[in-house]
Write a protein that binds this ligand. Structure first.
Ligand code: HEM
Length: 222
């Protein structure tokens, strides 16, 4: 797949109703209409969230290089608290989706024991590091797809893992980032992480769909 077509897939994931990337002009047109009903401050806030016409966007997700840089600077706080953030991520995931506990080797532990579990600390750190690798590759479409394909494949091999399940981590992830960032967390940062995790999960989900189909075909043949 060419890098251009990959780019459309990534953008499509955000603008799911559109079959082309969202253009800066589209946003400006929408804002011109909105201007009639909203005040100038709100319009400026909305516009500031989209790459400016002269800003270069990164090839994988609809963020400018500057926005990606800001997100990576914030992410350092998560990496400095990798273990505790990883544990929190799973506690938040299990609070929202208790049934998922059964999938994990540490799933039989009570909430209290989960917090102390070395197994969960290790697994949580591995997952946060995996997201860190993804962030480092956001400007390399090809390499990013390779890494996400391998990561998705590992999940597809897990007995009982279902298509669509990657979405379940979206809201616990955002909640966890907010908890670790604490009072430093701004709505702008929240926006950047939301776009990033949504785009990444969309790609993992799309890859998962293809890999599951392949898996079903192989099982049908044998
Ligand atoms: C951003 C999303 C996610 C990332 C980056 C991620 C990352 C990882 C990584 C790095 C591993 C270790 C793979 C290995 O054995 O080398 C793993 C294992 C696993 N993941 Fe994920 N994961 C994600 C989402 C999910 C979700 C949503 C679920 C459940 C619905 C899930 C279920 C599992 C399970 C069951 C294992 C095996 C755990 C074990 O061995 O006890 N993952 N994940």
């Amino acid at each position: 797949m060419s890098s251009q077509s990959n780019r459309v897939v990534f953008h499509d994931s955000i603008e799911r109703k559109e079959h082309r990337p969202c253009q800066v002009n589209d946003v400006q047109n929408i804002c011109t209409v909105l201007e009639k009903i909203k005040n100038r401050e709100e319009i400026n806030l909305l516009l500031s969230r989209f790459p400016k016409p002269f800003e270069q966007t990164i090839p994988t997700i609809p963020l400018s290089i500057h926005q990606k840089y800001c997100m990576c600077v914030s992410w350092r706080k998560i990496m400095d608290n990798k273990e505790v953030t990883g544990v929190r991520l799973f506690i938040n995931l299990f609070n929202e989706k208790p049934d998922l506990k059964n999938l994990f080797r540490f799933g039989n532990l009570s909430d209290e024991d989960l917090e102390k579990s070395d197994h969960l600390k290790k697994h949580g750190s591995i997952v946060i590091s995996a997201i860190d690798s993804v962030l480092c590759l956001l400007e390399d479409n090809h390499e990013l797809n390779e890494v996400l394909s391998k990561l998705t494949e590992k999940h597809v091999k897990i007995p009982g893992f279902k298509e669509g399940w990657f979405w379940m981590i979206e809201s616990p992830f955002l909640k966890t980032v907010q908890e670790t960032m604490g009072d430093d967390y701004t709505s702008e940062q929240e926006y950047l992480f939301r776009i990033m995790i949504h785009s990444v999960l969309q790609v993992m989900n799309d890859i998962c769909h293809l890999q599951m189909k392949e898996k079903d075909k192989k099982e049908f043949r044998s």
